[in-house]
Design a protein around this ligand. Structure first.
Ligand SMILES: C[S@@+](CC[C@H](N)C(=O)[O-])C[C@H]1O[C@@H](n2cnc3c(N)ncnc32)[C@H](O)[C@@H]1O
Length: 264
């Protein structure tokens, strides 16, 4: 296998519900142990895994059904300086947050639209993507700080230079990019939280569609999901590994949850 190019870890542009921060080291170790020439991520979100991996294969393709997210990647790639300038007008205020939330994105230019998405995603409580509310902590700096975005926008823009960005339903994406040299990393919505990323984009029966679509692919896959009896049963014909993850739930407390890493 041809030696892969190395790059640096990059932090995602904003918090994102279900971003795999706590699992990222373990998932990236797995990814880097599997020889592949093509890396394909059908549910890329804010890129919590994609941006943190440091070995770049010959071809990379990322995908997400969320049009605001895909527009953000396109603008970060093409107009990083203009996007940064646009974020200078935004500030951490409840009134501004609510104004942005109410603004229909289709009334904005693509650059304003990307800045709005970046702003809301940084400022929202818990990295939520739908049902967003203004996030504030009395003892911490404001969540949205455009100065901190400057280097990140540039770094992500450069990282995306030779990456193909798609906006397809996962099944079409997997079928299109499956080859014997492809490695898919898949991070779909969790079982029980299917609608967290919007209406009518993912539903309970899509887990079965995903399982069927992964059965018999030519390439390799790594799938991460929450540990539920239904997920274990649905993917029982693959290799299932349980991993424990510690989440902090308050300043003093934390809890353990188990997640599953499923591979072929
Ligand atoms: C758990 S999040 C991915 C989080 C990502 N790993 C990160 O670090 O930010 C799941 C993603 O799947 C996307 N999604 C949901 N339904 C989809 C579908 N049918 N096809 C493609 N993407 C979909 C959502 O828009 C969301 O960004």
């Amino acid at each position: 296998m041809k030696k892969q190019t190395d790059t640096v870890r990059i932090a995602p542009l904003a918090p994102y519900l279900g971003g795999k921060f706590r699992l990222s080291k373990r998932i990236i170790n797995r990814i880097e142990q599997i020889p592949h020439k093509i890396y394909a991520e059908p549910f890329v979100g804010m890129g919590g895994i994609f941006l943190r991996r440091t070995q770049i294969p010959k071809a990379e393709i990322i995908n997400d059904i969320n049009g605001e997210l895909v527009n953000l990647y396109r603008i970060v790639r093409r107009y990083p300086n203009t996007l940064y300038k646009e974020t200078e007008f935004l500030f951490a205020s409840r009134q501004e947050f609510e104004r942005q939330l109410k603004t229909p994105p289709e009334t904005l230019t693509d650059i304003e639209r990307a800045a709005r998405f970046l702003y809301l995603q940084n400022q929202a409580f818990g990295g939520k993507v739908t049902g967003q509310s203004f996030g504030v902590s009395i003892d911490r700096p404001a969540r949205f700080d455009f100065v901190k975005l400057n280097d990140r926008i540039r770094a992500v823009g450069e990282r995306l230079a030779s990456v193909t960005i798609e906006r397809l339903d996962f099944e079409k994406f997997i079928t299109r990019y499956d080859t014997k040299d492809t490695l898919f990393y898949l991070d779909p919505p969790y079982w029980g939280n299917e609608t967290d990323y919007g209406k009518d984009i993912f539903c309970r029966s899509d887990f079965e569609r995903l399982r069927d679509c992964l059965t018999g692919i030519k390439g390799k896959f790594i799938l991460s999901l929450n540990d539920t009896p239904q997920v274990r049963n649905l993917f029982k014909d693959f290799i299932i590994e349980q991993v424990d993850v510690t989440y902090s739930i308050s300043k003093t407390g934390c809890c353990n949850r188990s997640e599953l890493i499923i591979t072929n």
